[in-house]
Design a protein. Structure first.
Lengths: 345, 360
């Protein structure tokens, strides 16, 4: 059931009465811990469970980084960018411009040098994908605002072109992308092994989520974005240029996809041009589960999908092939519009 | 007679009529007009893709729903026949059984996906079909005990369709009437029948409702049509026809594999053919797939030559490499969605309409 407050109820209240308290929908929040706990007896051994759970969390964070931009863009602009995966791959491939020439720094046994080179790569990737997002919005998307059918076709076409251009620029071969020296290996907690890079992924993912949460809930820009999601016309009527907001959000979302691409590429340690297509499917499932347009739902959805994939991969490898779809079906059976449906969408 | 056959939906443009006749005659006489296995393969592929693309147009062009799972249904058809023939040996029994099983699976899948997502929003449907199709492709390549994995399955077709079979002694116009020719005509006749059937469907009252939903689903609902039901029906119909196209493809190739049926490239090909030919008219499927497949088979060689000629220039030679074929198609696709949304057929018809209004 939809338990978020309805705008109509708030508008109907007398002006001087205090606004009704926003009811928070806690149920989806419980899904992740409940799922992890249920899996504990099924997995059997505690150290394995810790490893699996942590792997799931890390993967979930990376998926969230990639998916958050897409869901925000959809919520605000009502544009579903089927070419989002292209930004992921462009981000990952751009990072090779820094990571491959600076191999010395990557192989150095100094956390500071490693961090510096990865940070530089991420910065460059985000810059490039952000700019690309700006161009994409201008050239590809602007003429088709409000036309869903054309949007799907056009952004799909954009994705094909981008993927092929990657082939042209970087060649069709796989590019090995080894992790920096100090990021390799694992911490041993008791009997459980937790890979260092996964820890980093979780940290980055949480930082992105918290930053996004704070920006959306504590700043004026965030207020405008949330208002735009709710009712774009009203925001415009109040004198804000919603177009500028669109461009900004689109750039930010694309840059986040680039960041996610770099993280994902380092996680897989190889790069192929298919990375965009692979992640597109994952990202779509995640934002459908979360509810199109909802950042919080997207976060929970990403964690759920990744945890399911990891547990299923361990318990029943054949089921793991379709675990995402099964999870999506289950969630949609419970809430047909996703975990946190955005009011009007 | 022609009115009944075409269900009253005439090309309505002289150039288009000529083009369609050319394709029809060309395909009907293909075994005798051209020689060599490759050319016949091109002709058969065109026949099958006309059906496949037309069934996609039934969803995209007529009903306005975007599906990325069309190759999945196509693949189900191909795999159904392929697996049945592989497991039970050549014969018409396995063909019938495989086709029936494939149709049943497609119908159930299309119904379930449709009921799940079509009631919410069109965009939802596009995303969910993309996810399901990707999962299906992974399944087909991983469950190698059944599907043969990445290698696919080769199998023997019923005797009359085998290349070594001779229908009669001697040759007609220099071509021996062997099993390949028989198969070709089986494919051609089935494709023609399916195409005319779809033409009948889209020009029926049911087809009009679909178009109404495409134009304004809210109004269609207000007029008393259950849009969910109509959308789901269109979706199922498209899926079933695509399955049959898959069956034909399997019989023609005597092989099924993930690359020829399930890969995303096939899906993009279908999209391109629909858009270039013209959305919302089945003749677009004919024109689009004929042009596209001819170009794919013969233009790519041209690109190879261009690439070789430019081999000194580093970036340009990469751009014209035959493997980058899809790049140019993608550009063409984006441009045609912008500037050419009705495709070739739409342009031709609009031109004919303008001329007839000028000189009444």
């Amino acid at each position: 059931m939809n338990t978020t407050t309805s705008p109509a109820a708030a508008a109907g209240a007398p002006v001087d009465a205090a606004l009704p308290k926003v009811r928070v929908d806690y149920l989806p929040l419980l899904l992740v811990p409940v799922m992890a706990l249920v899996m504990l007896p099924l997995v059997g051994s505690f150290p394995t469970w810790v490893t699996l759970t942590f792997a799931g969390l890390a993967m979930g964070m990376m998926i969230f980084i990639m998916a958050s931009g897409l869901t925000l863009i959809f919520g605000l602009m009502d544009v579903l960018n089927f070419g989002h995966g292209a930004f992921v791959s462009v981000g990952a491939f751009t990072a090779t411009f820094v990571l491959l020439p600076m191999k010395g720094w990557m192989e150095a046994d100094s956390a500071l040098m490693n961090l510096a080179v990865v940070g530089l790569a991420i910065l460059l990737a985000m810059l490039v994908t952000g700019l690309l997002g700006w161009a994409f919005e201008r050239i590809i998307i602007r003429p088709v605002y409000g036309l869903h059918l054309k949007q799907i076709l056009i952004t799909m076409g954009g994705m094909i072109v981008a993927e092929q251009l990657i082939h042209v620029i970087w060649g069709a071969e796989q590019i090995p992308l080894p992790l920096p020296e100090t990021f390799r290996g694992a911490f041993i907690l008791g009997d459980a092994a937790v890979e260092k890079y996964r820890l980093i992924a979780v940290a980055v993912g949480l930082t992105v989520f918290l930053t996004m949460f704070l920006v959306l809930n504590r700043t004026k820009v965030g207020l405008l974005i949330r208002a735009g999601v709710e009712n774009g016309e009203m925001v415009e009527a109040l004198g804000y240029r919603i177009r500028r907001l669109f461009v900004g959000v689109f750039m930010a979302g694309s840059a986040l996809a680039g960041l996610g691409g770099v993280m994902w590429g380092l996680y897989k340690e190889t790069l192929t041009a298919a990375i965009g297509g692979e992640t597109t499917v994952l990202v779509f499932i995640v934002i459908i589960i979360g509810g199109l347009g909802s950042v919080g739902g997207c976060f929970i959805g990403a964690l759920l999908v990744a945890l399911t994939a990891n547990y299923a991969g361990f318990l029943a490898p054949k089921v793991a092939l379709v675990s995402d779809i099964l999870l999506m079906v289950a969630v949609l059976l419970w809430r047909p519009r996703g975990l946190y449906p955005v009011a009007k969408r | 007679m022609l009115t009944t056959l075409l269900s009253g939906d005439f090309p309505r443009s002289r150039a288009l009529s000529v083009l369609l006749l050319l394709v029809l005659v060309g395909l009907a006489l293909a075994p005798f007009l051209v020689h060599g296995a490759r050319a016949l393969n091109v002709a058969a592929t065109i026949c099958i893709f006309v059906v496949l693309v037309a069934s996609y147009d039934l969803q995209l062009g007529y009903t306005g729903i975007v599906s990325f799972a069309h190759t999945m249904f196509y693949g189900i058809g191909a795999y159904g026949v392929g697996i049945a023939l592989h497991a039970m040996g050549p014969g018409w029994g396995p063909v019938a059984l495989g086709t029936a099983a494939a149709l049943a699976i497609s119908l159930v899948l299309a119904l379930v996906i449709g009921l799940f997502s079509l009631r919410v929003r069109a965009i939802f449907y596009a995303m969910i079909t993309l996810a399901v199709a990707a999962a299906f492709a992974v399944l087909a390549s991983q469950l190698s005990d059944i599907t043969g994995g990445e290698d696919g399955r080769s199998f023997k077709v019923p005797e009359i369709l085998q290349p070594s079979f001779r229908l009669m002694d001697g040759e007609i116009l220099g071509r021996a009437i062997d099993g390949r020719v028989v198969t070709y005509y089986l494919v051609f006749a089935s494709a023609l029948a399916l195409f005319l059937l779809m033409l009948r469907i889209v020009n029926s009252p049911f087809g009009r409702v679909l178009q109404a939903i495409r134009e304004n689903d809210f109004r269609a609902e207000a007029l008393g049509y259950r849009t969910v039901v109509y959308r789901t029906l269109a979706n199922c119909l498209g899926a079933l026809v695509a399955t049959l196209a898959g069956v034909l493809m399997a019989l023609w190739l005597r092989y099924v594999g993930p690359k020829t049926t399930l890969s995303f490239e096939v899906m993009t090909d279908i999209l391109l053919m629909v858009v270039i030919g013209g959305m919302g008219t089945l003749y677009g499927a004919v024109v689009g797939s004929a042009l596209f497949i001819l170009a794919q088979n013969y233009l790519q060689a041209l690109m190879g030559q261009a690439s070789e000629a430019l081999s000194g220039v580093p970036f340009l030679s990469q751009l014209f490499h035959p493997d980058r074929w899809l790049l140019w198609l993608g550009v063409l696709f984006v441009l045609s969605v912008y500037f050419f949304p009705t495709g070739i057929v739409g342009k031709l018809r609009a031109g004919a309409l303008a001329r007839s209004q000028k000189s009444p």
